[in-house]
Design a binder for this molecule. Structure first.
Ligand SMILES: [Zn+2]
Ligand SMILES: [Zn+2]
Length: 200
């Protein structure tokens, strides 16, 4: 493995850890100090890394930003999916194209949730959609109401994975909570926080 390949792997690890593909050399250096782990030594390891980043840019693995705002940042753009960009469905990793974190959170809530917390939410908060007087809830093949458990304040925005931050929604209102216009999402969030408080 060449130094360049090792740096590429290091960048993948770094992006996975932070769940974002854009980084600066300073951030990378703060984390990996002297880059000894990938065998880069010498007095000026950072200039070696800068040179390797140049090579990675030439081969299309990273983009260098020189526009205002992101100046000095790199974006990893290899067409491999990072671990955090995959969603597990019934234990199988599904590869999804890179998508926004709130969209991923939506899929995670539908397919990857811990069963116990979902059941607890449905017992405590009720078996039907909590949004206003919604009548959208339908029955599943077992004749149980089909609902989805949603984090009112999204996990990806620092919301807690706790009962007071959970709500029970029908498929339509759950989708609305994630994908509607910001104002609509804010209204829903406010309403649900109040509705949960009443039921706890
Ligand atoms: Zn949700
Ligand atoms: Zn509903």
């Amino acid at each position: 493995m060449t130094q360049r390949d090792r740096l590429r792997q290091l960048i993948i690890d770094f992006c996975n850890e932070r769940q974002v593909r854009t980084f600066s050399l300073r951030e990378l250096s703060r984390k990996y100090k002297n880059y000894e782990d990938i065998g880069i030594g010498g007095k000026t390891p950072e200039s070696t890394v800068r040179r390797l980043l140049q090579q990675l840019r030439d081969s299309g693995s990273v983009i260098f930003h020189d526009r205002h705002g992101k100046r000095g940042h790199y974006t990893f753009c290899d067409k491999v999916l990072l671990d955090y960009e995959m969603v597990s469905v019934d234990g199988q990793d599904c590869k999804l194209s890179p998508m926004k974190s709130h969209a991923k959170e939506y899929l995670f809530e539908i397919f990857g949730r811990r069963r116990r917390l979902v059941e607890k939410a449905q017992i405590v908060l009720g078996p039907e959609c909590m949004y206003k007087r919604c009548r959208n809830t339908f029955n599943d093949p077992e004749n149980e109401p089909y609902t989805e458990v949603h984090h009112i304040r999204p996990l990806c925005r620092g919301g807690a994975d706790a009962i007071w931050n959970l709500s029970v929604l029908c498929g339509h209102h759950h989708k609305q909570a994630h994908f509607a216009h910001q104002q609509e999402r804010d209204d829903l969030e406010k309403y649900l926080l109040g509705a949960v408080r009443e039921r706890l």
